[in-house]
Design a protein around this ligand. Structure first.
Ligand code: AMP
Length: 217
């Protein structure tokens, strides 16, 4: 299976698309945001260091992120193929990732850019709720993303939570970080000939079908 890099602004649907592709193809889903939130939840030294940065809507320093990724992609289960959800987010991270790929003899695969207007992403971020146990993403304003029982995860039956960094104020900062630091990656991957573009549709199934076309062609 081709490894996948998902490139997109915050709340474009990277997490949801990753969940759906993982279920269909058996990919390993690697979300740097989830890895960091798990460190925060476990109150580790790293978690304490990054908590404030994430709440502020800023990017965590590259060296921390690279260390997390270097360890994760070298785990044997990743040999079957993985989805990078939220990494790389800077040119420096992308260059370091290229070095890791050569070191571990892995293929870059494909970089999928999910296009979404800022206002749509902001509305989604502000109404997104997540399962603190399994990480599944719900949205109370979308019929197909709503939990069966209000505020409760369909699978784990635990109370859904709203991310601290999904407020309107923090979303704007996160979006700025994305424009300044992540958007240059499109040219980076386009020049390598691995960039594909899809749209973030209102229905997650339409977005998923576009991604499937890319993976299977
Ligand atoms: P996400 O769950 O992908 O929206 O990430 C949540 C937050 O974690 C981001 O707003 C950043 O503060 C941090 N983060 C996640 N991935 C990265 C990355 N590759 N580089 C820097 N910061 C990151």
């Amino acid at each position: 299976m081709k490894n996948i890099i998902l490139l997109a602004p915050p709340a474009a649907g990277k997490g949801t698309l990753s969940e759906m592709l993982t279920e269909k193809y058996g990919y390993v889903h690697i979300s740097t945001g989830d890895l960091l939130r798990s460190e925060i939840k476990s109150n580790t030294t790293l978690g304490k260091k990054v908590d404030g940065i994430i709440k502020e809507g800023k990017y965590v320093p590259d060296d921390i992120i690279i260390k997390l990724i270097a360890k994760r992609i070298n785990e044997p289960e990743c040999d079957k193929g993985y989805i990078l959800d939220g990494f790389p987010r800077t040119i420096n991270q992308a260059e370091k990732y290229d070095e890791l790929l050569s070191k571990y003899n892995k293929d870059i695969g494909v970089a999928i850019y999910i296009d979404v207007p800022k206002e749509v992403a902001m509305k989604r971020a502000c109404s997104r709720i997540t399962c603190p146990k399994c990480g599944r993403i719900y949205n109370k304003y979308s019929e197909e993303m709503r939990p069966k029982k209000e505020g409760i995860c369909d699978d784990c039956k635990v109370k859904l939570t709203h991310r601290d960094d999904d407020s309107e104020e923090t979303f704007i900062k996160r979006f700025d970080e994305y424009v300044n630091k992540t958007m240059p990656l499109y040219d980076y991957y386009e020049s390598k000939g691995v960039l594909k573009k899809i749209k973030s549709h209102e229905s997650k199934y339409d977005t998923f079908n576009e991604a499937v076309q890319i993976i299977e062609n």
